[in-house]
Ligand binder design. Structure first.
Ligand SMILES: [Zn+2]
Length: 164
């Protein structure tokens, strides 16, 4: 881009030099010839400036878009780092856990693992019978048993991690 701008400026300097010779030309036919050459060079330079402005605008838009994407990815990474994948109960299915945050006042909570892995933050809600936690988006197939080694509640996820 900078070489193209330098090249366009060099062409304009040559045109200015040519314009400086106009008063030295006495022959009217030669004078017209030089005027036409100058006009053609000015028009070519204007077209080149427009092209370069268009390229510059396109680059600015690309940079702004990439900045937004980086910012979005950074926020997602920061958000994701708040959660740790762990078994809800020993020997039970896994979910993403966030400890209580005293700065934001956010209580400890669990997020649905299949939904979180798909990019959605869905809090698991403990059911009144205290036997499972349910996901409002994924339905029964995303439910997590709270019974652990005592067995799964009907319809809850059976995915388990090995106890270390
Ligand atoms: Zn879910």
């Amino acid at each position: 881009m900078y070489m193209e701008i330098k090249s366009a400026l060099d062409a304009l300097r040559e045109t200015a030099k040519l314009a400086g010779t106009l008063k030295e030309i006495a022959d009217s036919a030669k004078l017209n010839e030089v005027r036409i050459a100058i006009q053609e060079q000015v028009i070519a330079a204007q077209e080149r400036v427009l092209e370069l402005q268009s390229l510059l605008q396109s680059d600015r838009e690309t940079i702004a878009k990439q900045r937004d994407e980086i910012s979005c990815l950074h926020r997602a990474e920061v958000e994701r780092d708040k959660y740790k994948l762990r078994a809800v109960v020993p020997g039970g299915a896994v979910a993403y856990f966030a400890a209580a945050n005293s700065e934001t006042g956010e209580p400890e909570h669990w997020l649905c693992q299949p939904c979180f892995d798909a990019g959605k933050k869905v809090a698991l809600k403990i059911q009144p019978n205290m036997r499972s936690m349910h996901c409002a988006v994924g339905g029964p197939s995303h439910a997590v048993s709270l019974l652990g080694d005592r067995g799964d509640d009907a319809g809850t996820r059976s995915l388990r991690i090995n106890r270390a």
